[in-house]
Design a binder for this molecule. Structure first.
Ligand SMILES: [Zn+2]
Length: 314
């Protein structure tokens, strides 16, 4: 099952959603917590469903679930048993499926729009540490240890009925390798692998994106490769780097260009979101075929993207 290939057969682009956390905060959720948006799975799941629905209404073909930072070890720190933690992780998939089904059965459909799919978020090991190492990738863990860390959540997400897996904000090639080896244990599911990048050529840990793309090109379960949670200014060169080394569809969902401070749970610097619609056209022109927004983007940005992307359908 490869929902990306399915949509790209009939449409020029797959439109992803935007930030979940930013929208949850706008609705009054307090995310200043090591569990981040996963905390809301516990406290206010209906808010998550509402944000997914907003993105479908704005034009998204895909919801990325609230499981980025949800994992057994993190929930254990809140006194939850393994079974309870896995139940919450599965809840993240159900919430997105419920929003998708509500949207698809109730909305007046513009003709030709694809039925949206649910991509289950798998954040990096460093997101569990919640110490900023998710953007460095210097964990000091072996590939085998990373596979062990990722296995229970991935198994739960697949069992919950996610249409595909979104391995996102991956900072180092070692973790991408661990994830594709683990994916082989779930041969029916496809995944995208998306890295965080630190400049126009390199992922956060320092490997060249082109080398990572070349490595992943050999894995049939990998439906797309790309970058997310990276400053928009780096995106066109990163798209070209990935294309130079891979025949897979290229995916990008940058953040707003602001910089996150893990110590204060806050964002600083300039946002470039005002021109998101125009920039996303440039990413498409550079060769990206799956486009959305990461941290600090909103349904308005996805709408700006969908406005020009849908008009290409003719
Ligand atoms: Zn992000």
């Amino acid at each position: 099952m490869n929902p990306i290939a399915e949509i790209l057969r009939a449409h020029p682009i797959v439109i992803l959603d935007g930030a979940l956390a930013t929208e949850l905060e706008r609705r009054g959720a307090d995310l200043r917590d090591a569990l981040w948006s996963a905390k809301i799975l516990l406290e206010a799941p209906e808010l998550i469903r509402a944000v997914h629905l907003d993105y479908f209404l704005a034009g998204a073909d895909c919801a990325i679930t609230a499981s980025y930072q949800a994992n057994v070890a993190g929930f254990a720190g809140r006194g939850l048993s393994e079974a309870e933690a896995l139940g919450l992780i599965q809840r993240s998939v159900q919430l997105a499926i419920e929003a998708r089904d509500t949207f698809w059965t109730n909305a007046a459909q513009p003709s030709g729009r694809p039925r949206p799919f649910v991509a289950a978020s798998v954040g990096p090991y460093g997101a569990f540490l919640a110490d900023g190492s998710e953007y460095r990738g210097d964990y000091g863990l072996s590939e085998a240890a990373l596979i062990e860390f990722h296995r229970p959540r991935l198994a739960a997400l697949v069992a919950a009925g996610a249409d595909m897996i979104a391995c996102e904000t991956i900072p180092c090639l070692l973790e991408a390798r661990a994830l594709v080896r683990l994916l082989a244990e779930f041969p029916a599911v496809s995944a995208w692998i998306s890295f965080s990048a630190r400049d126009e050529q390199h992922i956060c840990h320092g490997e060249r994106l082109a080398d990572c793309a070349a490595f992943l090109d050999d894995y049939p379960q990998v439906a797309a490769i790309g970058v997310n949670c990276t400053a928009p200014a780096f995106i066109p060169s990163l798209i070209r780097a990935a294309r130079s080394a891979s025949s897979k569809p290229i995916l990008v969902y940058p953040n707003s260009g602001e910089v996150y401070d893990a110590a204060t749970y806050s964002w600083h610097g300039e946002t470039s979101c005002a021109t998101f619609g125009e920039q996303s056209r440039e990413w498409y022109a550079a060769g990206a075929r799956i486009i959305g927004g990461c941290c600090r983007t909103t349904p308005a940005h996805i709408r700006a993207l969908a406005d020009w992307a849908r008009s290409m359908n003719g």
